[in-house]
Design a protein around this ligand. Sequence first.
Ligand SMILES: Cc1ncc(COP(=O)(O)OP(=O)(O)O)c(N)n1
Ligand SMILES: Cc1ncsc1CCOP(=O)(O)O
Ligand SMILES: [Mg+2]
Length: 213
Amino acid sequence: MLKVDYALIFVTDDSIRDDNIFFAILEAALKGGATIIQLREKSCDTATFYRRAIRCKELCDTYKIPLIINDRLDIALAVCTDGVHIGQTDMPYDVSRRLMGKSKIIGLSVSNTEQAAKKDAQAADYIGISPIFSTNTKTNGLAQPLGIAGLKAIRELYAKPIVCIGGINKNNTQEIIENGADGIAVVSAISKAEHPEAATKELKEIVCKTGTN
Ligand SMILES: Cc1ncc(COP(=O)(O)OP(=O)(O)O)c(N)n1
Ligand SMILES: Cc1ncsc1CCOP(=O)(O)O
Ligand SMILES: [Mg+2]
């Protein structure tokens, strides 16, 4: 399987309902060097989610960048995406793996060290530390931020890729990578930037110059 680069995941902004704006930002993130795209839709109907997923897949394929679907295994399977990201209250890991198959990417959110130590997290391809810092972007129940201390504790016990999410911007990215994360996942630092492509480039440069990848 192709080596997956977890440096910079752009998680799409589900508050943007205008497709022209949504896809312009997605293309800017791809041009700027996002290494994975996660399509995250929390409130639209299935048909809308599916249509966006099809267009995202076409665009990601053009840039040869993996597309991961948040939450929805059915959409991931229907669109044949590269993977799915599940949280602690989403479809269980074992079922997700059985349906997605061995070759697909499965990411799991963890909000404490206990979850990171459990077999599901250990079996997943990567974990998302969720959240590392506070954020207003996730409105559906945000756990207590783990902070840098939480990241360090999880790094001690987790050998696979770690991605952090929540309140990440150009000012705190370096510290996250220095303390053991393989990459970052962001929504607003790209989607709300004045120049999303330049913002993506800047975040990617910080991750790459700090990390070992
Ligand atoms: C990379 C990454 N990490 C964590 C999350 C959060 O997933 P979850 O806890 O299931 O919350 P929702 O995003 O589904 O609201 C994520 N999406 N991506
Ligand atoms: C989806 C998600 N999961 C944990 S925090 C978060 C939102 C991250 O958004 P932002 O990068 O704007 O803080
Ligand atoms: Mg989820």
